[in-house]
Design a protein around this ligand. Structure first.
Ligand code: ADP
Ligand code: ZN
Ligand code: ZN
Length: 733
């Protein structure tokens, strides 16, 4: 027999299958095993991805040995590898590496075993004087200790008793040693609490029974903040577990809070395995193996948990499905929704997408009937969604208030503090990469062709459009109102905290942003302190937008709402709507009503109007119309071919080769290309590498065209340049 092996070397030249003979191999090697193989003059690790009768090559080398006792890659994951290599133009080895804990490679992580000592069966309850001399006090001490406690670990025994005595008793068969695996449990301090039994609301019941009524299918759950989506997820998971199946639930990394873990542990106990970047190497390895061998049946984790090695999946849930972290932006690039759809279809199981603010593309699929739409339009117990007030910051400037806070926000904060309640001040940092705005009339510099905001590039002192590459001169006067208070920039979190401390000197104010959460536990510590009520105001960035339930928060202030609105991205409006709704959802979650003050220089923008009215559908319709006219997703797919390398000349030459071939392709498929151009990347150099790119928007026949693009790219890829093809990237810089 012959094994087909992918060697664990990430390099285009060796990204193919190598055959090794299994004849004379003592191991029962099958597909999915990791093995050690001779490769050139080295030995390398590899993955067996198939077994066949014979090879077209002669004199095959044998496999040296298998590396694990069990196959680490299932049949399903091998199929997924094929899908991903094709859909995203990835190397097989890069995909395979996603499927196992990184430290398994090179044997850098192992099972943790503990050696236990206990008295051998036949010596128990016997008179020890028959086999231990009365003068051997050390042996007697040890014997009495073990009789009393039953068993103890060798490490502990050696601390408290004589090691020689233990050796002696073991050698005479009086004490026996057994080695047992000890699992490393992440966040073990978060214990299983008693399940808080809740009765589903009629709306929740309806959703659960719809999801549970079918074997397969894709569902989009649109449920407002605080509508009890988590409870729905858990009920649906229970349902599939009862039927002997397994489940995956994905959440964005930053919403994987202790709260979420606590409720899952209390509901599903040891059936839950956590996959999360905050885990230690050993914890990750153990959680992963519990999923692989079936000890755990529910995987909860961030994006990469979509590769959880579960078999017999019954349900995949993607919570906050609109979140941009579900698109992997670095190699290997992939789109989690598509991977989830593949696994759902392979297993014939259900895929449930949930959000308070679904992505426009997902909602479009629901409207088209591709997904089944489920709704939770009200908060649990009919609690009101917070009232949102839009404050026109241009008017503040006009009235002489040049501060960060509007008069309205200050007065609301004052009242909130006087009532002894808590407030959250949200600083929007998404895309702060400086757009130009007039503080007088709210004018924002935009690309004349693309209708997206221009981005200021300091080193060249120009404004650029990230979608078409057009360049514009920097403005020093507003073209609309001729005011000279046109500027870029933003206020820092720290400055805001300082100003708040001056306004409320006797209140404790916490800050949560990238600077204050460098430390692994600081995130939880800040949230814990706020939850305890010791602090009155929490100032923070995106990190505070999601998933937290603080009952005493009755006011949310959004300082720079516009930041993400003018981000140079066709999804800027969508992202802004999502962000505002998420942050606003932090207010008034308990009995007291909540209030949101949103500060903006564009008070009449449709995003704010719809957000203030909680009118997601209205927003969707408007946004969808715009995208249809401009041919942006879901009405097209954006493809970027990014070429980078140290030699500018080589990059340009490679780009030109690719461009010429795609030009032919576009001529042959005229109707399919809504846009096609080559240009310098908006950020021309990163880490001394030149970057040039081709952008296109494909409106039809995508699979065929992308296949051709991949082939073209392969033909032109040479050493010393790297070429990446990205589909609907989050970021075009
Ligand atoms: P969402 O994820 O939709 O924002 P959550 O799942 O956080 O909402 O639920 C909000 C709160 O309502 C949570 O504290 C949750 O425990 C509670 N909850 C959910 N369902 C019910 C129910 N049927 N009865 C009472 N409380 C519920
Ligand atoms: Zn443009
Ligand atoms: Zn102006």
């Amino acid at each position: 027999m012959v094994a087909e092996v992918i060697v664990d070397i990430s390099n285009s030249e060796v990204d193919r299958i190598f055959d090794y003979t299994l004849d004379g191999s003592p191991d029962d090697v099958r597909a999915g095993f990791r093995v050690l193989v001779p490769f050139g003059r080295q030995t390398v690790e590899g993955y067996v991805i198939g077994i066949k009768e014979k090879s077209e090559f002669s004199s095959l080398k044998p496999i040296i040995k298998k590396l694990d006792a069990y196959p680490v890659i299932t049949e399903e994951m091998l199929a997924l590898m094929n899908f991903m290599t094709k859909a995203y133009h990835l190397r097989k080895v890069d995909v395979l590496r996603l499927f196992i804990p990184a430290q398994m490679r090179g044997g850098k992580v192992k099972e943790l075993t503990v050696k236990y000592a206990s008295i051998a069966e036949e010596y128990r309850d016997k008179d020890e004087m028959l086999f231990i001399r009365p003068s051997a006090q050390a042996q007697l001490d040890l014997f009495y200790h073990l009789s009393e406690c039953g068993r103890d670990s060798v490490t502990e025994l050696n601390k408290n008793f004589s090691a020689a005595a233990l050796r002696n008793l073991v050698s005479r068969g009086i004490v026996v040693l057994v080695e047992e695996e000890e699992l490393r449990v992440p966040y073990s301090q978060i214990n299983k609490e008693k399940v808080k039994e809740v009765t589903l609301t009629p709306a929740q019941s309806k959703v659960v029974s719809e999801v549970c009524s079918e074997q397969s299918g894709t569902y989009l759950l649109h449920g407002v903040t605080g509508s009890g989506k988590t409870e729905v997820y858990m009920r649906c998971i229970s349902f599939v577990l009862e039927r002997g199946k397994t489940a995956v639930m994905l959440v964005p990394e930053i919403s994987l809070t202790p709260q979420v873990l606590r409720s899952f542990r209390s509901r599903f106990g040891d059936n839950v395995a956590l996959l999360h970047s905050g885990l230690s190497v050993g914890e990750r390895f153990d959680e992963w193996r519990r999923l692989l061998d079936g000890r755990a049946k529910v995987a909860v984790g961030a994006r990469s948990a979509i590769f959880a090695p579960l078999s017999n999946l019954g349900l995949i849930i993607i919570d906050e499905e609109h979140d941009s972290s579900y698109v992997s932006e670095s190699n290997p690039r992939y789109i989690t929704h598509e991977v989830a759809a593949f696994r759902a279809s392979f297993n014939g199981c259900k895929l449930l997408l949930g959000s308070a603010t679904p992505g426009i593309e997902s909602y479009y699929h629901a409207c088209q009937g591709d997904y089944k739409l489920l709704e939770l339009p009200e908060r649990v117990n009919k609690k009101q969604l917070p009232e949102m007030e839009i404050v026109n910051m241009c008017k503040e400037v006009y009235d002489g208030n040049n501060g960060v806070f509007s008069r309205r926000l200050i007065s609301e904060l004052t009242d909130c503090m006087a009532r002894g309640e808590q407030a959250i001040i949200f600083i929007n940092r998404r895309g702060y990469s400086s757009y130009m705005m007039c503080r007088h009339c709210g004018y924002v510099a935009k690309c004349e062709q693309c209708d997206v905001s221009l981005v200021y590039h300091k080193e060249e002192n120009v404004l650029k459009c990230h979608y078409c590459g057009n360049r514009y001169a920097v403005l020093d006067e507003c073209p609309q109102c001729h005011s000279s208070s046109i500027k870029r920039g933003f206020v820092g979190t720290q400055a805001i905290v300082e100003q708040l401390s001056q306004l409320f000197p006797d209140k404790k104010i916490l800050r949560m942003d990238n600077d204050t959460t460098q430390n692994k536990n600081s995130h939880a510590a800040i949230l814990g302190e706020f939850a305890s009520g010791k602090a009155s105001i929490l100032v923070g960035t995106q990190m505070i937008a999601k998933g937290h339930d603080f009952p005493n928060v009755t006011l949310v202030g959004i300082v720079d709402a516009d930041m993400s609105l003018h981000f140079a991205d066709y999804r800027a409006c969508e992202r802004t709507y999502q962000l505002i709704t998420q942050v606003a959802g932090r207010a008034g979650r308990d009995t007291k009503p909540g209030k949101v003050v949103l500060q903006t220089y564009s008070p009449h923008h449709y995003v704010y109007r719809f957000a203030a009215n909680n009118d997601y559908k209205g927003f969707y319709e408007k946004e969808c119309n715009l995208r249809e006219v401009t041919k942006y997703p879901p009405f097209s797919k954006i493809v970027r071919v990014l070429v980078s390398g140290e030699s500018e000349e080589l990059c340009s030459r490679t780009l030109k080769g690719i461009f010429d071939d795609i030009s032919v392709l576009s001529r042959d498929n005229r109707g399919s290309f809504a846009y096609f151009a080559a240009m310098k990347s908006p950020v021309k150099r990163i880490q001394n590498k030149y970057r040039v790119q081709i952008l296109m928007r494909i409106v039809s026949g995508f699979d065929k065209i992308i296949g051709n693009v991949y082939n073209i790219v392969d033909r032109h890829t040479v050493s010393k340049v790297s070429v990446f093809v990205e589909i609907n990237p989050n970021n075009l810089s």
